[in-house]
Design a protein around this ligand. Sequence first.
Ligand SMILES: [Zn+2]
Length: 86
Amino acid sequence: MMNRYMIESPHVPEKCTQVVNDLNAAGYLHFFDWGCKDNNHTGWAIIEAESREHARQIIPWYLRDQARIVQLVKFSAEEDEHSKKS
Ligand SMILES: [Zn+2]
């Protein structure tokens, strides 16, 4: 079963080109939006993956330790999912 995750992956300004090149080579560049032009050197992406660890694999290895990964769900107002305990 696939889950949705938000990846938040910061990098130092000196790594911009390398990060973009590495994600492009891995085929994941089109998932990402970047704060670099606003002087916030972070990439954000929402992706589908089987697990948090699979989502983490998308991030270049040298950035994985600093990355934040959040599983995302949608709430339905009618079903009031947010009030259920999981
Ligand atoms: Zn950058």
